[in-house]
Write a protein that binds this ligand. Structure first.
Ligand SMILES: Cc1ncc(COP(=O)(O)O)c(C=O)c1O
Length: 462
């Protein structure tokens, strides 16, 4: 079985305190995780082995208490407000959970917006819309119209074309949405290129370095079709250093002060400074990440000092996605085939893969693994955990630590799969996406059912 030597641990931010061959460390598991007397992992009082037999695999299991705790931490860390970045993971239950914990919600498309609004009774739609922030680097006129009709609280404008579209819509109905302008500070986050968004060479936002952002503020401030209320910036995702996030804040604050200060073109209009999301999370044994509270502290301290010096009063807000949802979930798979390539490695093929977690294929992201039925045991063996999609690159964990004797039919789980897994997944090969359950207080509730071939065939016309 163990033909593959354990690979060197990927680099993280801190020392590797956890032996990657030891039992799965609790810090990579949802908050309420515990190992039962039988050695099974329980989350929210539910045995993962039982959940797999009740709901089938692959299955996303979210710890509701963990999600709620992270939402509360974000609300406490950012007194000016915190919006849950729905792109990380969204369904009706998640939208309701985030709102009930006092978060606003950031959406990036008409589809996400509609999902959030439809999660609530129609009598609450206006109240909920008021708590939504609409993003998107190419919002269509239809998306903008829908958001304006719903009464979305804030739109984050990304381009001059979008300002043109808002002008056109205003001419028809006279509505004046509240907008922030998204700026790119010219900071490259030390993360994967695809999720680094703050550098000048980015498809997002108005560049500060090129003078474009100044022009955008001047134009928006002079428009009667929008109410300019702030500036937004998001430098990227999976950022481990709070210093990088605080540095971006300094650049944006320096940019905004003269424009929104007493004699600037947008004097007195800086109600809100949004620093986006981006806080990294630990996916594997070797990584350590700052807490949401530490991130909030770093940004708030920086902003409070700056605002005092410049006489600015804007609320500092943030939009965490990954830091709320990632570590709240594990994905359960069943091993269907084992292939040993003599002297090289063992492949363990499971019943999911790229379609429920495209991050390894997109970004080369690393994950770890454990066996829910043997959760407290050391994991001395290494397998390459692969999916069932018809791609060689459909690798879930390149070097997955597992207890000795992994066999066909066993359950294997990957932790920290709650963000950008289900939401980025796709039914490639017409393999439907997994079901999603929320667990709490010994109860499991299905919040997203398994995608079926009939769901896919429903799109075919003939
Ligand atoms: C504008 C914006 N806000 C917030 C987020 C959430 O980032 P994260 O999930 O890393 O916290 C993103 C992610 O891409 C984003 O683009």
């Amino acid at each position: 079985m163990n033909a593959e030597a354990p690979e060197a641990a990927p680099s993280g931010t801190g020392a590797n305190a956890d032996d990657p061959s030891g039992p799965i460390p609790s810090r990579l598991l949802p908050d309420t995780s515990e190992v039962s007397d039988q050695g099974h992992l329980r989350i929210g009082g539910c045995d993962l082995v039982d959940l797999a037999s009740e709901f089938g695999t692959p299955l996303f299991v979210y710890d509701e208490a963990h999600l709620r705790a992270r939402c509360r931490e974000a609300v406490a860390a950012f007194e000016g407000g915190a919006a849950y970045a729905a792109k990380a993971f969204l369904c009706a239950a998640m939208a309701r959970l985030a709102i009930s914990e006092g978060m606003d919600i950031d959406v990036s498309s008409g589809g996400e917006l509609e999902t959030v609004l439809r999660a609530f009774n129609s009598d609450r739609v206006h109240e909920i819309a008021e708590r939504v922030v609409l993003h998107g680097n190419n919002k269509s006129a239809d998306e903008l119209a829908m958001a304006r009709d719903a009464g979305v609280g804030r739109m984050v404008v990304d381009s001059f074309e979008e300002l043109d579209r808002l002008d056109d819509l205003h001419r028809v109905d006279g509505k004046v949405p509240r907008v922030l302008l998204r700026v790119t500070p010219g900071v490259r986050a030390e993360t994967h290129e695809y999720i680094s968004t703050g550098q000048a060479d980015s498809k997002f936002g108005f560049g500060i370095g090129q003078g474009v952002a100044v022009a955008a503020v001047e134009r928006a401030a002079a428009m009667s079709s929008v109410e300019l209320v702030g500036i937004h910036c998001h430098i990227g995702s999976q950022v481990f250093r709070t210093e990088s996030l605080a540095r971006a804040l300094d650049i944006v604050a320096e940019f905004a002060a003269p424009l929104f200060g007493d004699s600037g073109p947008a004097a007195g209009r800086l109600e809100e400074l949004s620093m986006g999301g981006g806080l990294g999370v630990a996916y594997v044994e070797s990584e350590r990440a700052p807490t949401i509270a530490e991130w909030g502290d770093a940004l708030s301290t920086s902003w409070a000092a700056f605002a005092r010096r410049h006489g600015l009063e804007a609320r500092l807000v943030a939009e965490p996605g990954r830091a709320i949802a990632a570590a709240a979930a594990v994905t359960l798979y069943t091993v269907g085939a084992l292939k040993e390539v003599s002297g090289v490695r063992t492949y363990a093929a499971v019943d999911g893969g790229y379609g429920d977690n495209p991050r390894p294929m997109l970004y080369g992201s690393d994950y770890t693994a454990f066996m829910p039925a043997r959760a407290g045991e050391p994991r001395p063996d290494r397998v390459r955990l692969v999916g069932k999609h018809c791609e060689s690159g459909d690798v879930i964990v390149r070097s997955a630590p597992v207890p000795a004797g992994l066999a066909v039919g066993d359950l294997v789980a990957t932790p920290v799969t709650g963000a950008y897994g289900y939401s980025m997944g796709a039914p490639y090969n017409r393999i439907g996406r997994p079901a999603v359950v929320f667990v709490a207080d010994g109860e499991a509730r299905l919040v997203v059912r398994r995608e079926t071939v009939d769901d896919m065939l429903a799109l075919d016309i003939d």
